[in-house]
Write a protein that binds this ligand. Structure first.
Ligand code: ADP
Ligand code: MG
Length: 341
């Protein structure tokens, strides 16, 4: 359906899309997941023929987007990050205009416009000026334009940004219903959104594809980073020596425990190994009773953070900074209060 090969987009020395390759099959919902600036919009703009690539190939339904843009674009409907709405038109006028651009048969136009307005629930505002519509309605008008003519591939850049929770649910349901007849690619920087809607996730970081799989498999894939949490009664030094002797443990940390004469241990384990029994026997031999042992698998959230390098440390630092600036603000407010007294 869509094949992207070694796609590159440079802006000066900044590489926005860095050798991206992937394939998209029919009738599925694909999600581009990545933090802001990862290159999602740039990739979508290239696939849809909005901007040129620096290098690489995009084939849509057998047509190269750079060589046969008209034919390639025919099978794509696109909702860009900022929908190109003409605010002095009504939704009906705008869709009529879009239908002309899409060269939809004159006899079919009105029927098709009617259908997409029903699908996106904008019929009751069809004769109001777009400029007077709420953000949610504007987004739906953009979506109606993307679906109009039922292109085989529908590409949506951050379709739920700026919508309220109720609108988000409605748009998600609509996207899901579209996948019965269409292939959908959507982008989002919100993990829960992608895992709720998409059959397949492509995680993009700094212009590179760092992982692609079903949401379920992505969590499994990272099973290599399985972690164990333990509480063991025994001497810290002694436990350190024992744990250092178990190869499959990649790293471990020992903390004080609320349990008497015991420590809490967290450890990361090499991929696909289950070392619970090894630990049991090692501790039994050393006469260090295990009081608790728990496997903690990585959530998709952890996978995302790890793959995109959005380290927890960075996040924690950020929270720390925010706290400090908040305290500073409070201090200054107090001083203000004192002065005004
Ligand atoms: P995303 O959609 O994932 O947030 P973008 O594709 O918008 O990311 O941006 C990817 C990178 O390319 C960013 O570093 C951004 O600053 C840069 N970029 C995007 N558009 C331009 C442009 N027109 N000129 C220069 N740099 C750009
Ligand atoms: Mg974007």
């Amino acid at each position: 359906m869509i094949e992207v090969k070694n796609l590159v987009k440079r802006y000066g020395s900044n590489v926005a899309v860095d050798n991206l390759s992937f394939k998209v099959e029919k009738g599925q919902i694909y999600g581009f997941l990545g933090p802001n600036g990862a290159g999602k919009s740039t990739t979508m703009n290239i696939i849809t023929g909005y901007i040129a690539a620096s290098d690489g190939e995009v084939i849509i339904n057998g047509h190269n987007i750079f060589e046969e843009p008209e034919l390639a674009k025919k099978s794509i409907g696109y909702l860009p990050e900022i929908p190109p709405l003409y605010v002095d038109m009504t939704p009906y006028e705008y869709l009529k205009f879009a239908a002309e651009l899409k060269k939809i048969d004159k006899k079919e136009r009105d029927k098709m416009i009617d259908e997409v307005m029903k699908l996106t629930k904008i019929t009751d505002v069809s004769n109001r000026l777009i400029r007077n519509l709420s953000k949610g309605y504007k987004q739906r008008v953009g979506l109606a334009q993307a679906i109009l003519g039922y292109p085989e591939v529908i590409i949506l850049d951050e379709p739920t940004v700026g919508l309220d929770p109720k609108q988000i649910i409605e748009i998600r349901d609509l996207i899901k219903s579209l996948s019965k007849k269409h292939t959908v690619i959507l982008s989002s920087h919100i993990l829960s959104e992608v895992s709720a809607v998409c059959d397949y996730v492509m995680i993009i970081s700094k212009g590179k594809l760092v992982a692609s799989d079903t949401p379920k498999n992505l969590s499994k894939l990272m099973a290599g980073s399985n972690a164990l949490e333990l509480t063991i009664r025994g001497d810290k030094k002694k436990l350190e020596t024992i744990l250092n002797g178990i190869d499959a443990i990649q790293e471990f940390e020992i903390h004080n425990s609320i349990e008497e004469r015991a420590v809490d241990i967290t450890m990361k384990i090499a991929s696909q190994s289950d070392i619970r029994e090894d630990i049991f026997y090692a501790m039994a031999e050393a006469k260090c009773p295990i009081l608790a042992m728990k496997v903690s698998n990585m959530s998709l959230e952890d996978v995302f953070l790890e793959l995109t390098g959005e380290d927890k440390e960075v996040k924690e630092n950020q929270i720390e900074l925010e706290k400090k600036s908040f305290e500073k603000m409070e201090n200054e407010e107090e001083k203000e209060d004192e002065r005004s007294l």
